[in-house]
Structure formats: C-alpha cells, structure tokens
Design a protein around this ligand. Sequence first.
Ligand SMILES: Nc1ncnc2c1ncn2[C@@H]1O[C@H](COP(=O)(O)OP(=O)(O)O)[C@@H](O)[C@H]1O
Ligand SMILES: O=P(O)(O)OC[C@H](O)CO
Length: 498
Amino acid sequence: MEKRYVMALDQGTTSSRCILFDRQGKICSIAQREFPQYYPHSGWVEHDPMEIWATQISVATEAMSKIGADASDVAAIGITNQRETTVVWDKGTGEPVYRAIVWQCRRTADKVDELNRKGYGPLIRQKTGLIPDAYFSGTKIQWILEHVPGARQRAERGELLFGTVDTWLIWNLTKGKVHVTDYTNASRTMLYDIHKKQWDEELLQLLEIPISMMPQVKPSSCIYGYSSEKIMGGKIPIAGAAGDQQSALFGQCCFNSGDVKNTYGTGCFLLMNTADQAVSSQSGLLTTMAVQPDGSPGYALEGSVFVAGAAIQWLRDEIRIIESAAESERYCREVEDCGGVYVVPAFTGLGAPYWDQYARGAVLGLTRGASRAHLVRATVESLAYQVHDVIQAMEQDAGVRLNALKVDGGASANDFLMQFQADILNSQVVRPSCIETTALGAAYLAGLATGFWPDAVQVEKNWSQEKCFLPSMEEAKRVKLLRRWDKAVACVRGWAEE
Ligand SMILES: Nc1ncnc2c1ncn2[C@@H]1O[C@H](COP(=O)(O)OP(=O)(O)O)[C@@H](O)[C@H]1O
Ligand SMILES: O=P(O)(O)OC[C@H](O)CO
C-alpha cells in the first residue's frame, strides 16, 4: 500500500504538535496541544516529562484520526524538539527521577560562574562551540544528580539515563528499546565535542556525569527504530530527529553555506549554515551542528534569543492585556509608534550576543500617556530589536551584509512585526508559504531516510515564498530607534547579580 504521509512530531517549549505532510510538503493534518509550564522558584522553568509524552501522543493520534489515516498510511516519523531541555529517567521503569529542566531555566547559573572562575570557559568553547551558560544541558544534569536523593548513586550504577526531548520521545515510542539522539541535539549539551563528534570524557568528568547515562549519537536522517504497535497502531520507522532550530534550517531549504533563517517561536533563533566549517564566532554567536542536504552532520552559526513569542504570551497570561497572541497585531496598529516605551524581555537573562545570565526584564520610558497599545507594541518591537542585534553579530562574523532574511515560526504570522523587522534591519524579510518549517524539516529528514523523497533537490522544489516585506523606514529614524534600544538593554544588564 502506498504511503501517503510523513508524520512530524514537533515538541516545542509551550506545545506539542503533530503534522502530517504529503509529498509536496503540504500540511494535510495538524493537531496541537499546550501543556503546563512550572515555575517553582524565580528563574526556574520545568516541564513534566509525562505531560510532554502524553500531549505528544495525543496530538499524533488526533492528527491521524482527523483525516482518517492510520499507521499504514505513514511512511516515517520525524521528531523535532525544544533543545537542551533535560530529562533523566530510570532505565528499568522508564520513570523520570525529576521534572524536565527546561532550556530557559536559570537555576545553574552559579555552576556556570564556577566553571568560568576556574578557567574552563575557553576549553568548553573550543570543544563544544558553546559559550558556557545555564541554557545548555550539562549543568542541568549535574544539578539533578546532586539534588535528587540517591540519583548520583543510581547513575553510577548505570540505572539512570539522560536524554534531550528527542531521546525521551524515541525511548517512549519504542517502549524503552532505543536510547539515541542526533548530532544537532548532542551539540547543545555542552558535553559533546563537535569536532571529534563524540561525547567528551573530560567535560563529563568535570561535571561528574557518568558516560553510561548518555545516548548513542546518530545522524539526523536515519532509522533509529520503530514505533511500538501498541502506541501508534503499527510499526512506523522513526527516521528523522533534529533540534527544532536545525530542523527549521533544513525545512527552509537553507542547504548552502551562507544560507540564513530566523524562527520566531518561544525564543528567536537565527542560524546560518556554514557547511563543513565549524566557524568560531568573535561576536557572541554559537557554533552548533546542523544537517547537510545529504543528511550528514555539518555546522551552523547560531544567535539564540531566549524570549520572543514568550513575551507575547506574557502579555496574554501574566499582564493580561491581550486575549490572544494574534490580537497583539491589532494593538500595534492602533498607535503611530511605541510612544517612547521600550520593553526588554530579558526574563531569563540575555542570550546572544550579550550572554548575560543576570539580566532581567524591564519596561522603560513610561509616561502618563503610555497605553496598553504602546506596551503591546513595545513588546512586539522588542522581538525585532533582539533579532537585529543577533544579525549584526552574524554579519560581523561572516563578513557579509545580509540582504534578505527567511523567517518562520508562530510569531512570523504577525505582519506588523515582519514589516518592523524589515525596517529595523533595512533588509528584506521573506516568509515562505509554510511557516511550520520546524516540523517540515523533521518530516524531510525522516522522508529522505526512507525514500519518501529521493533527495534534497526534490525537497527544495516544495519551498515557495508567500510574502516579502520590503524595508521602508528612513535611516535617521532607524538609527534613533536602535540607539534608544541599546540604552534600554544597557539598563537591564547584570540586574539580578548579588
Ligand atoms: N500573531 C502573532 N503575533 C505575535 N506573536 C505570536 C503570534 N502568533 C503566535 N505568536 C507567538 O509565537 C509563539 C508560538 O510559536 P511556535 O512556533 O508555535 O513556538 P514554539 O515552537 O516555541 O512553541 C508563542 O510564543 C506566541 O506568543
Ligand atoms: O520551543 P522553541 O521552538 O522556541 O525552541 C526552543 C529552542 O530549541 C531552545 O534552544
């Protein structure tokens, strides 16, 4: 029977999604479910791994039943995930020993300070391509082993396993048969040597993490195992896995060195494919692993902005001045400008290019006339400013001016934001027809490994532009706005440092 779809499981920071794509890369069915975020202390962020798993499976079932598909219609499963988020579980029972510590969580900032104080920064940078930060998995695993009673002993006896969310999902889909990850996810742990392409024993020792906990690292496009019949109603090859940002790079068909995309999700992540060159940034960017068009491991330069769409959710859920993320656009258009209000959403510190673990959020420039619309607009504009700062760093590193930016992710649906982004960058912003490129990338990786698509050339034919936003802001105004933004960022630096 001919297989009609590839299934992408897109496990994001705030929701689990499943999309079924056809050969043209068209979305045939989609299901999505948000799940709870836990903030047990200031700066801490956790997820329940069982809620991640339950929502992911329920959306997979829902997406299939919406179009009357079953496992026999699905050629392969591709997985893409929020990266760095750390799960540790018991090898025998499959039970997590603690909640998942989310990439945004700041609880291990002091551990990172200690590593830096002891002079390990350059070594970590050289081996992993990362700038030491609580963002990455390494110190999160260390924290679990130190704080969960008995965890260290159990880990040393080989009873505990570590995984990023891709690993956790594959483990559960295969009913505990397969413990793997892919290069892109491994490169986010701060424990993986991206040049030698292996777990680094020196770093594992430094953080006192037994190597027996670590998953096997495989290419992003290959068959890792098969879904259990009990879970998916049939054995489907699990044939693709990549961190969501690398997956989006692939889904945007950024196959050539120098190709760039920016994803506006919970955070914003700008990646430039650098093919087989592990470019070391001089401007505060990360060197990370990415997938080449033939599925082999390559490299990318990355600028990570921790809070983007999450700031819009903050307006919705905490400040409660909008009812939906989409409504933000209407408020942005209600006022001529931000009225001098600036929001720096450094809720979990600042990522690239600042790398300030202790920066915190602020609203600046309030006057008596500041309204709800001004605050909403300033928050939306903050996404564009943060992306500007990262692009500036990337242009410095790459020595080229970026004339057009491919965009995707939930917040890229906001036309006001995209136009403001084009204006602030003084570059074109190009939105593809399918902004679910994270899921699409995972589908491509799985479909290429199983022959659903013959090669990347075929896949590239599916990419099409939906809209191009042209810059139209006067240069003097642009410079003025950016200068004020810089001033706002300077105000929040180091805020939470004792
Ligand atoms: N029209 C919009 N304007 C601004 N932000 C939006 C809009 N639609 C969605 N978002 C934001 O985009 C994010 C969801 O995007 P998504 O790509 O699904 O993120 P993730 O994969 O990180 O969960 C949310 O943080 C939401 O606030
Ligand atoms: O959940 P997202 O899509 O914002 O992505 C999170 C990133 O992978 C964190 O590095």
